[in-house]
Design a protein around this ligand. Sequence first.
Ligand SMILES: Cc1cc2nc3c(=O)[nH]c(=O)nc-3n(C[C@H](O)[C@H](O)[C@H](O)COP(=O)(O)O)c2cc1C
Length: 184
Amino acid sequence: MNQAGLSLLLNRASCGLLQMPAPSGEVLEHILQAGLRAPDHGHLQPFRFLLAEGSGLNRLGTLLADSARADGAGEDVVERATQMPLRAPLVITVVAKVTPHNKVPDFEQHLAAGCAVMAMQMAAQAQGFGGIWRSGPLMYSRKLHELLGLAEQDQIVGFLYLGTPATTLREPSFVNSAEFVRWV
Ligand SMILES: Cc1cc2nc3c(=O)[nH]c(=O)nc-3n(C[C@H](O)[C@H](O)[C@H](O)COP(=O)(O)O)c2cc1C
């Protein structure tokens, strides 16, 4: 049995309190490769990873704020949007890059990109880093999609915040699987 692999799956936990350093070099490459190993019907590779760190976090914050303003948000929301990416040293905006396909609906391509988010979070945790999958209404903002250069059919599936945990990871609490299971 691969005890380490099983242990990672059973102990995956998000960390919202993140500090420098961000994963970089070979560690970051492993994270990206883990994302690219997500299940992918038809091998369409419906993944795009938009990375922001350093001044890129400010640029991403400006794009979020501009989108919020264009979508009619109030100034308090716009200001919050500017600050959002600054909660981690690295933010990966994960995009489902959708290829219209007669056998693979858009939904399956969104799922594949979502799997990539979790795979990358786990690869970060496996290497001693931490992260959290965040979303919010701007994920669906056509204005943000346009500012990020996405095509009409593309969809952001998450903002993966990554860095060094500034707190110990929460121990998963026991969940009774029987409450969620029904044999057909
Ligand atoms: C699609 C998706 C979007 C999410 N968006 C947010 C978010 O915007 N803010 C947030 O605090 N948690 C969000 N979460 C939940 C966190 O990623 C995380 O799962 C949650 O805090 C529970 O922690 P755990 O992963 O350690 O169980 C989202 C999860 C998913 C799957």
